[in-house]
Write a protein that binds this ligand. Structure first.
Ligand code: MN
Length: 276
């Protein structure tokens, strides 16, 4: 199944490209107007998920022509894995990887959706695109084993971990407003049984910058969930940014960034400077 936010309404589509997008408003207690968004649906996935799966085909079809929001507009937390591909470590001349570095937090307020604009606060400071596979948590995870980790995962989406270069803390350089584009939808784990075999590509102004496979992750998704949950409880709606492969590079106002991950669609955003 694919889960998305369309004009602020949670919508879903059955497996793959089969059938139309359908509104979940009738299943989640919304009676028009501003019902619960997709964030609330995901936070209550343990209760709502089985009903949504069973009754999706009976819900009202919707035109996929509105404004797509991020699948999560305010994740509880965004946990990032630094240097989780060896080739990216090499291009950044990093002598340590995720194995020694652990992980970092990104501000949830940095999320934007498909078609949004990444705003560079200071275009004279190098700011890079980092295309990443993102993991969305469905069920509370605390000290889970790698073997059980994927049973706590709802699905996956495309994410851009926009990053200012510099000597400041990662959590600051990556947390400017608009620095975490996500979407266009979440593909659930029934369609992606193994997140370690997905092709990932990223273009800036149509030029291919990143072309990789998640098979090259140093610490794969199950082990990442296990390691993070050994430190902090993961809650439904939390997001893990799994790290970026080689090919990061500076962004400039006026550019357009696109990410495609196998089975997860295409996320596109543009880049502007502050005050534009
Ligand atoms: Mn990153």
């Amino acid at each position: 199944m694919r889960l998305a936010s369309l004009d602020g309404v949670p919508v879903a589509r059955a497996e793959g490209e089969r059938g139309p997008w359908r509104s979940l408003a009738g299943l989640v207690g919304s009676r028009g107007g501003s019902g619960p968004g997709l964030d609330a649906v995901i936070e209550s996935w343990a209760q709502l998920g089985p009903t949504i799966v069973a009754e999706l085909d009976d819900q009202t079809p919707v035109e996929a022509a509105g404004v797509w929001g991020p699948p999560l507009s305010r994740p509880g937390k965004i946990v990032g894995a630094p240097v989780n591909y060896l080739d990216h470590g090499a291009e950044m001349a990093m002598t340590h990887t995720v194995e020694e570095l652990g992980f970092f937090l990104k501000a949830p307020s940095s999320v934007i959706g498909p078609g949004g604009s990444v705003v560079l606060p200071d275009p004279t400071v190098r700011t890079d695109q980092e295309a990443e596979l993102a993991v969305v948590i469905s069920r509370r995870a605390r000290r889970v084993s790698p073997e059980l980790a994927l049973s706590h995962v709802l699905g996956y989406t495309c994410l851009l971990d926009i990053t200012q270069r510099g000597s400041q803390e990662r959590s600051m350089r990556k947390s400017y407003d608009t620095f975490t584009p996500m979407g266009p939808w979440i593909t659930t784990t029934d369609e992606i049984p193994d997140p370690g075999v997905l092709s990932l590509r990223c273009w800036v102004d149509g030029l291919l910058r990143q072309d990789a496979t998640t098979a090259d992750l140093i610490v794969g998704v199950p082990e990442l969930v296990a390691r993070i949950s050994a430190v902090m409880t993961l809650e439904p709606g939390d997001v893990i940014a799994t790290g970026t492969p080689a090919g990061v590079g500076p962004l400039a106002p006026g550019q357009r960034v696109a990410v495609e991950i196998q089975g997860l669609g295409r996320l596109e955003v543009d880049v502007t400077g502050a005050g534009q």
